[in-house]
Write a new protein. Structure first.
Length: 370
């Protein structure tokens, strides 16, 4: 099948751009339905590293003339015991008759009755395998006339390109998971970060920073944004970023971003390791809010790590928040003598030299991440 500009515009480019859609490949599927004359269609995507009980991603698409019809019931199709999707040869287009069980007349009658009820007179099935990363299944349906040879050829021609797009999607999903892990840990600690260039232009910001800071479009009209701050603060930021980028005057700077809310931004020279090609930030800005873990969660972590009893862990958690021993014990319903006895056992089990050392151990341990 000859490659045309329409193929590129309507199918191949939407495949590339479709990895950024939620759910992915929506425009590609709509265009494929239009190009093949299908009435309804769906695509199932399963990731190799998904949990056994995780439902696959299913994208339903209908032609405008079938917009009011219910989507195809892919689970009902699966229950009909058609030729199992996983056994389909990748990149080969199957007709509906090839999916039926002609060796079992009773089952064949059930399959045909159900397909007629679902208004699946004609269909094409395509499995696309992205190695050990993901699998996808495409099902396109027509009601009155069978698919043309050109439509079948179109499905076959896009199969290797869809496999490549799936591999890219899986790689991108892995990167997103890594990002979500890092952002979740930082958010639990009340930490936000922004990446800036030498001119204090913001190149990226994590969700915590986005929530706490204000941003404006770059007045110069280029890519990136600027922090929405007072003019003197903006000048201090620009000066600090320029000095850090040049390696002048120490490794860090601290600029008060918002005096009313007491928000300070620690600036340090960027040391990120990024694969090329990449726009490399030269300064990383870090801010932190007063956030602590929920007391029961922190206590549970202390109990598990140091072998404390539940009451000892609750007292240690309260003391790590700066509460004096006696007051912390009273809030937990302990007498002064009991609280002091508990504190001795806490210090003995944790190896802390006193409350200040206990605070250090808790804040640098796992409890703040609970």
């Amino acid at each position: 099948m000859a490659f045309t500009s329409a193929d590129q515009r309507e199918l191949y480019l939407p495949l590339i751009e479709g990895i950024h859609e939620t759910p992915p490949f929506g425009l590609f599927m709509r265009n494929l339905v239009a190009r093949t004359g299908a009435r309804r269609a769906f695509m199932i995507v399963t990731l190799a590293n998904a949990a056994p009980d995780q439902q696959p991603a299913v994208l339903h698409v209908a032609a405008p003339r079938a917009a009011q019809e219910p989507p195809l019931d892919y689970m009902r199709l699966y229950d009909l015991r058609l030729h199992r999707f996983g056994a389909l040869r990748p990149e080969r287009v199957y007709a509906l008759d090839e999916m039926l069980d002609y060796d079992d007349p009773a089952l064949l009658a059930v399959q045909r009755a159900a397909l007629a009820d679902m208004e699946m007179r004609h269909a094409r099935f395509l499995r696309v395998s992205a190695g050990d990363a993901a699998d996808a299944w495409l099902v396109l349906v027509r009601l009155r006339e069978d698919f043309s040879a050109s439509a079948v050829a179109t499905m076959a021609s896009i199969a290797p390109h869809l496999a490549s797009a799936l591999r890219t999607l899986v790689a991108l999903t892995g990167q997103r998971l890594q990002t979500a892990l890092a952002q979740s840990a930082l958010a639990r600690l009340g930490i936000g970060q922004i990446a800036m260039d030498a001119g204090a232009r913001v190149m990226a910001a994590d969700p915590q920073a986005e929530a706490l800071l204000g941003f404006l479009p770059d007045p110069a009209g280029g890519a990136g944004r600027r922090l929405q701050v007072l003019p003197d603060v903006a000048r201090a930021l620009e000066r600090s970023c320029a000095e850090l980028a040049r390696g002048e005057g120490g490794a860090v700077r601290v600029v008060r971003i918002d005096a009313r809310r007491g928000i300070d931004l620690l600036l340090r020279r960027a040391d990120l390791s990024l694969a090329e090609p990449a726009a490399r930030p030269q300064v990383i800005g870090v801010l932190r809010t007063e956030r602590r873990e929920e007391a029961p969660d922190g206590a549970a972590a202390l109990q598990a790590v140091h072998g404390l009893s539940a009451r000892e862990a609750a007292l240690a958690q309260a003391m790590s928040c700066g509460e004096p021993l006696v007051e912390a014990g009273l809030e937990l319903g302990l007498t002064v003598e009991t609280a002091r006895n508990y504190s001795k056992r806490i210090y003995g089990k944790t190896g802390a030299a006193g409350q200040a050392d206990l605070v250090r151990m808790v804040l640098t341990g796992l409890a703040p991440l609970a």
